[in-house]
Design a protein around this ligand. Structure first.
Ligand code: COA
Length: 269
């Protein structure tokens, strides 16, 4: 019963997340299913807070990030919040999300993405910031920002290149085409595919193997493996170019067209 109370208390802490702690595994469920769990400023702020909980709560030995509903993990940053932002505000938007994603990547405990559906734009970037990924056979990955006259802003140009290689990443970034679950497995973007109702269970089986080991050794492995990849200049350039996009007519047209459910007409200005 005490566990139940704790759950309820945790649930009420966040507006856009459901969190639960069981057997030392902390599950964060992004919960805006009517907007396909799109990342607005509240979700980004609350994700940051939940990640700090992972760092600080010694009862947490591993974490899972997943999405609510059976359609989407996260369908991207919330496009409806983009209208009217200028270049500097665009840059700030990218920086705030990127900072949270770096905290995920550099966490001393494993944080794994259980991708239950669309992982697009910021959703794909969130999954890639996690230490590794599993997905359901319904999952689709992609960086479709180019269709909005925009580029990824939460590390997508960098981590997609690291994870699947430059040629495949270039194609995905430049076409905006989606990568289905079996291609994601072939590319090494995910480690396993499961039926939708087995995704969390399979993720927990793997995490249970990790939580029994020395947390000190786990933290050192993560830090050392992270040191094998990454290029600070690349991330900074991405943030800068994301901000620049917000000063273009093409980005205004692309995002307006998405929200008006029509095809954009890009003029290259
Ligand atoms: N930001 C804001 N709202 C979003 C969103 C996003 N990234 N992705 C989906 N939504 C909203 C839709 O506007 C729609 O809202 P409405 O019901 O109020 O009109 C709702 O979520 C359902 O999405 P819808 O597009 O109707 O579902 P679908 O099944 O036809 O298409 C997708 C699903 C994922 C293919 C489509 O939603 C999509 O392309 N999303 C944007 C992906 C993207 O470009 N992400 C990068 C953002 S930088």
């Amino acid at each position: 019963e005490q566990m139940e109370c704790k759950h309820l208390k945790k649930r009420n802490m966040y507006q856009t997340l459901i969190t639960a702690l069981a057997e030392n595994i902390f599950t964060i469920t992004i919960n805006r299913p009517e907007k396909l769990n799109a990342l607005n400023s509240t979700v980004i702020r609350e994700l940051g807070e939940a990640v700090e909980e992972i760092y600080q709560n010694t009862a947490i030995r591993a974490a899972i990030i997943t999405g609510s509903g059976n359609k989407a993990f996260v369908a991207g940053a919330d496009i409806s919040g983009f209208a009217g932002l200028n270049r500097e505000q665009g840059r700030k938007l990218a920086k705030e999300g990127s900072d949270v994603f770096f905290r995920i990547e550099n966490a001393p405990k494993p944080i794994v993405a259980a991708v239950n559906g669309f992982a697009l734009g910021g959703g794909c970037e969130l999954a890639m910031a996690c230490h590794f990924r599993l997905c359901s056979d319904l999952a689709q990955f992609g960086q479709p920002e180019v269709n909005l006259g925009l580029i990824p802003g939460y590390g997508g140009t960098q981590r997609l290149t690291q994870l699947i290689g430059k040629g495949r990443a270039m194609e995905a970034l430049l076409t905006g085409n989606l990568i289905n679950a079996s291609l994601a497995l072939q590319y090494g973007l995910v480690n396993y595919i499961t039926p939708p109702n087995e995704l969390l269970e399979k993720t927990k089986v793997i995490l249970n193997q990790i939580t029994g080991k020395s947390p000190l050794a786990i933290a050192k492995c993560i830090a050392a493996a992270n040191a094998a990849v990454g290029n600070e200049k690349g991330y900074a350039l991405e943030t800068e170019k994301f901000g620049e996009s917000f000063g273009t007519e093409d980005m205004k047209e692309g995002t307006a067209a998405f929200l008006e459910k029509r095809k954009p007409v890009f003029k290259g200005s």
